[in-house]
Design a protein around this ligand. Structure first.
Ligand code: NAD
Ligand code: TYD
Length: 350
């Protein structure tokens, strides 16, 4: 096989950093180029263990900049793209929707424009868009999201991701551009920025701060350990068919309040606190505007076609996530401290 130069955007973020680690280790003969702007959510500390590998390069760049993307394509002769870079938090999209429109829609189209210019027909190229199950909207008490479910995004975040998926399919249809898409459920695991539910709760439990549960806590998400997600991505990248979409999920529907209670119990055990101590921190707060009620994925296509199934149960995934945060309190402190953010800005100009 010819050597591949794989551009992974957003590789300093949560899921992207796990993907970089998997690809760098699994494909020593390929070159993995991490293209990341290092926003508040991107952190090169996530990649310390792969930093020195000879088949890995980091480029600080903005997916919205034609010149910066163009330079990366020319410098590294990019043959494949796996596109993670995004604004990823629903609550932020409610306060600043334009940032989501710019990064998630304009950024994706800009990347494809540059790739289209560089890539030859039949050149074994692939543009793989990493997307979310939130594009399908919100479910009632029953039903699952299938690949054929109509898009019905309800938040500015999911609207921007849905739009990027539409552009990706439009490029395939109009220009014969080689694409793949996957839509995954909620991820959790090491390196997740403590604005998302689980790391935020872990951070607050450690610091004995209130645990804000939105509304009555009965909203349901389908949880998947991040390592399972990046293994599914690697499988789709290697074996999935061009032009196809694959849903990825863990068959782990859990109400927010039940998940937070389980986390409290596990954290009490780990921290040697009295059972029930952390649960006392749970505080029901005003609901998120337009809060989607339930997400649930039917992952039978990827299971039947590509043989992927998740390896981690929620219990195993939660325990290993908690262990990671407890062993990496400095990471949590760094990403939440303003001082560190300033230092980081000086170091990396981000
Ligand atoms: P994240 O917020 O942790 O990381 C995003 C990364 O993108 C950061 O490293 C950031 O620096 C980078 N970035 C942001 N704007 C950029 C720009 N203009 N140019 C270059 N880099 C930029 O996100 P995540 O949770 O790892 O999500 C990664 C992808 O997976 C996103 O596309 C998201 O929509 C999708 N996804 C996430 C989940 C989830 O549960 N987190 C589930 C399904 C799909
Ligand atoms: P989140 O991690 O933001 O992911 P998403 O909104 O993309 O699913 O939130 C997961 C669920 O947890 C969602 O139903 C909102 C809820 N939530 C809280 O109850 N409290 C919080 O502090 C946060 C961040 C989320």
């Amino acid at each position: 096989m010819n050597k591949r130069n794989i551009l992974i955007t957003g590789g300093a973020g949560f899921i992207g950093s796990h993907a970089i680690r998997l690809f760098v280790n699994k494909y020593p003969d390929d070159h993995i180029i991490n293209f990341d702007l290092l926003t508040y959510a991107g952190n090169l500390e996530n990649l310390r263990d792969v930093d020195a590998k000879s088949n890995y390069s980091f480029v600080k760049g903005d997916i919205m900049s034609e010149a910066e993307v163009e330079k990366a394509f020319s410098d590294f002769d990019i043959s494949h793209v796996i596109h993670f870079a995004a604004e990823s938090h629903v609550d932020r999209s409610i306060t600043d929707p334009l940032a989501f429109l710019r990064t998630n829609i304009l950024g994706t189209v800009n990347l494809m424009q540059v790739a289209k210019k560089h890539w030859r027909e039949n050149g074994n190229h692939c543009f793989y868009n990493i997307s979310t199950d939130e594009v399908y909207g919100s479910l009632g008490d029953t039903g699952l999201f299938l690949e054929s479910t109509s898009y019905d995004p309800q938040s500015p975040y999911s609207a921007s991701k849905a739009s990027s998926d539409h552009f990706v399919r439009a490029y395939a249809n109009t220009y014969g551009f080689p694409v793949k898409i996957s839509n995954c459920s909620n991820n959790y695991g090491p390196n997740q920025f403590p604005e998302k539910l689980l790391p935020l709760m872990i951070h607050n439990i450690l610091n004995k701060r209130p645990l804000p549960v939105y509304g009555d806590g009965t909203n349901i998400r389908d949880w998947l350990y991040v390592v399972d997600h990046v293994e599914a991505i690697e499988n789709i990248f290697s074996n999935g068919r061009l032009g196809e979409t694959y849903n990825i999920g863990g068959d782990n529907e859990i109400k927010n309040i039940d998940l937070v209670r389980s986390l409290c119990r596990l954290m009490d055990e780990e921290l040697g606190r009295e059972v029930g101590e952390s649960e006392k921190l749970i505080t029901f707060v005003k609901d998120r505007p337009g809060h989607d009620k339930r997400y649930a994925i039917d992952a039978s296509k990827i299971k039947n076609e590509l043989g992927w199934t998740p390896r981690y149960t929620v219990d195993e995934g939660l325990k290993s996530t908690i262990q990671w945060y407890l062993s990496n309190k400095d990471w949590l402190e760094h990403v939440t401290s303003r001082k560190y953010q300033e230092y980081y800005k000086e170091q990396y100009g981000a």
